[in-house]
Write a protein that binds this ligand. Structure first.
Ligand code: DAH
Length: 353
């Protein structure tokens, strides 16, 4: 009889597939294919009406037997697979209390922050306080109030990151924005002179932005520590004594400083300070380009114009100002050959400090 043979074949095939199912998901697939709504065995059950009457009892019996056999096999296989899967889940979730603990990854203070803290501590020890100012600054504080002439190249739209006014005032968007990312922390000097009482002894660490491409000695974003002292009777001697002391505190007592005349719009006279090279001890080497000295900061006596612009009487008060490049100082102190290494986030590098 063709149908009963077909059924026998289907039954054998299904039982083999059930045995071969390795997961409960695979087993479920077999069940759906055979006993599901559109399953092959279900198809036979549904079409019993079309079977000639005299064969119906025999076929019906074969279909039923097949169904019972398949259901039993499914239940048996399901019990085996469920048990195995439960076992595996328990194993996977097990905590082996004899294993050593997993060490937490401890972060370290970043060298830039550490350097800012080190410099700040030295000045705090001298009685200075720490001031802060905005990183998004106006042209007035970044340039004008610091005596920077209107034609100073860093004022050009190409040299500095200007922030366009999005209020819809199109004249600004065309290139007359007066809001910018500060190019120096020196603007904080002006805020402090406007806001604080005299005398002033402050430093101001912070981020500054320049339109520079990153290379071993330049970064488009870096940090400075600005300093400003205004009091009665402050002289260039105070400036030299203070900065010489600070450099020795940072780099060690055997390091020397020298001051070279320079120009900054907001100080008169102005100077750049060098510290003797720590690699060759001042003999001259590759690091100091044979000079024995490395430049680390700009400084000078606050220009009387700058005092007057901020409402301080230059006849009565005088002062000095300075600005360190934090990344430079950090790299010089810790012999880091490339400023960009500070920003790469390589833990092997960062962990050393
Ligand atoms: N603002 C200067 C710069 O970014 C550094 C500087 C020079 C700061 C002289 C000062 C100063 O306060 O007196 O290059």
């Amino acid at each position: 009889m063709a149908i009963t043979e077909e059924l026998l074949g289907l039954r054998e095939q299904t039982l083999a597939a059930i045995e071969a199912a390795e997961t409960s998901a695979a087993l479920e697939q077999v069940r759906v294919a055979v006993l599901g709504k559109a399953g092959s065995l279900t198809g036979y059950l549904r079409s019993m009406g079309q079977i000639p009457k005299e064969e119906r009892a025999e076929v019906g019996k074969a279909v039923n037997e097949a169904r019972v056999a398949v259901e039993e096999a499914l239940a048996a296989r399901k019990a085996v697979l469920d048990a195995a899967e439960l076992e595996a889940a328990i194993d996977a979730a097990a905590v082996d209390v004899t294993l050593p603990g997993r060490a937490q990854q401890m972060g370290t203070r970043h060298l830039i922050n550490r350097m800012i803290d080190e410099i700040s501590e030295i000045f705090l020890g001298l009685g200075y306080t720490v001031a802060t100012g905005p990183e998004v600054e106006t042209d007035y504080y970044n340039f004008t109030a610091l005596n920077a002439p209107a034609d100073h190249p860093s004022r050009s739209m190409q040299d500095t990151f200007y922030v366009h006014d999005l209020s819809g005032d199109s004249s600004r968007v065309r290139g007359e924005s007066d809001v910018l990312l500060r190019t120096q922390t020196s603007g904080v000097q002006v805020h402090v002179m406007e806001d604080q009482d005299l005398p002033i002894y402050i430093i101001s660490p912070g981020k500054v932005y320049r339109r520079d491409v990153a290379d071993p000695t330049h970064l488009p974003q870096f940090h400075q520590v600005e300093g400003l002292v205004i009091d009665e009777g402050i002289t260039f001697g105070d400036l030299k004594g203070t900065l010489d002391y600070v450099c020795k505190q940072i780099f060690g007592p055997d390091r020397k400083t020298r001051f070279r005349a320079h120009f900054f719009p907001f100080t008169e006279p102005s100077a750049e300070a060098d510290v003797s090279c720590g690699v060759c001890g001042g003999e001259g080497c590759r690091v100091c380009k044979g000079t024995g000295w490395i430049e680390i900061l700009g400084c000078g006596m606050v220009d009387p114009n700058v005092l007057a612009m901020s409402g301080i009487d230059p006849e009565k008060y005088s002062g000095f100002a300075f600005g360190f490049g934090v990344e430079r100082v950090a790299c010089l102190k810790y012999n880091v050959p490339d400023l960009r290494m500070l920003l790469e986030g390589d833990m092997r590098f960062l962990r050393q400090f």
